[in-house]
Design a protein around this ligand. Structure first.
Ligand code: ATP
Length: 305
């Protein structure tokens, strides 16, 4: 009996490892346009995270040599802190996230986690340590239980439910026709962008990584959904080193550090207050612009007419 079980156990473990790798890939799908040619070094070791400090040191990167994208980008995120990256479209924000996940190698400079260059660790161990909440989460045509559990396939039903609760998704799931057994995805119940994002948050809670990367959705969500997501996001970031690629400045004013990227260069850095203190700065002008558009959008036009 033992002899029969051992290989089965082996395949079970292996199967779970492969599944975990798929989760990571799947989480990154929207960040990934091409499958690049990144290789583990023959001496690669598994990444060991103690505190979760992230350091970018003079990072230069291009997709095509004739077009540099990141130029000498340096910043660090202290353990447990939140760094937000903002800047105009095309500035290179998502590229920074891709590099940290090592979908590409930098041309010069270095990216370190807890002092170890990410080029020197196995890609598997790197991606296991990082949770991603992407702009658009891919769902499987399976039930919602399966879809949330995908964050850690060994999680119990109770753990899945707890994660959904914390991600403020549990009550919503209760209203589905068959609760947690409701099939979602293309051929099942369609979830809204905000709901999908909360599924991603629940998955990340189950995965419990030391580092979290959030790629904020570009599309505006309604105020109530936005509030639910913000509170769920705060929970998922708690005690974890977090990088947020932000499009709405209102959601990142609490960040420990905000880096303003312009044409692949760090143009400004500081807290929300510090950056607003630079009246001629890019952040201050982006803030003024977004505040005006919020005020206009909030005007009760129908009442006036
Ligand atoms: P947005 O706010 O619009 O999402 P971003 O600041 O995140 O923009 P990136 O997605 O990092 O910008 O892109 C930076 C630049 O790199 C852009 O000009 C983009 O066209 C280019 N780029 C992005 N991905 C690739 C790729 N796979 N191959 C070639 N060029 C790319």
């Amino acid at each position: 009996v033992l002899q029969l079980y051992t290989p089965l156990n082996f395949f079970g473990t292996y199967y779970r490892m492969i599944q975990q790798a798929f989760i990571d890939m799947e989480n990154m799908l929207d960040l990934l346009d091409i499958q690049p040619d990144v290789q583990d070094s023959p001496f690669a070791k598994d990444l060991v995270i103690n505190n979760g400090m992230i350091e970018f040191d003079s990072v230069c990167f291009h997709y095509q040599p004739e077009r540099p994208i990141l130029k000498n980008v340096s910043f660090s995120v202290l353990p447990g802190q939140t760094l937000a990256i903002v800047g105009p479209s095309g500035a290179g924000k998502t590229t920074i996230v891709r590099l940290l996940f090592r979908f590409y190698d930098v041309q010069s400079g270095s990216i370190k986690i807890d002092g170890t260059d990410i080029n020197l660790v196995t890609q598997n161990s790197l991606r296991r340590s990082i949770g991603v909440v992407p702009q658009d989460t891919v769902l499987f045509n399976r039930d919602i239980l399966y879809n949330v559990r995908y964050g850690r396939v060994t999680a119990t039903d109770r753990e899945v439910e707890n994660a959904a609760r914390t991600a403020e998704m549990h009550e919503r799931i209760q209203t589905f026709p068959e609760g947690y057994k409701t099939v979602v995805g293309e051929r099942g119940l369609k979830l809204s962008g905000g709901e999908k994002q909360r599924v991603a948050i629940a998955r990340t809670l189950l995965k419990a990584p030391a580092i979290v990367l959030l790629d904020e959705a570009t599309s505006a969500l309604d105020t109530i959904t936005e509030r639910h997501i913000q509170s769920a996001l705060r929970t998922v970031c708690e005690g974890r080193t977090t990088i947020i690629v932000a499009h709405r400045l209102s959601t990142i004013s609490h960040a420990d550090v905000i880096v303003v990227l312009r044409d692949g260069e760090v143009a400004e850095r500081g807290s929300h207050e510090e950056l607003l203190g630079l009246p001629d700065g890019l952040y201050a002008s982006m803030w003024r612009e977004q505040s005006t558009s919020y005020t206009n959008a909030d005007k009760p036009t129908t009442l006036d007419n």
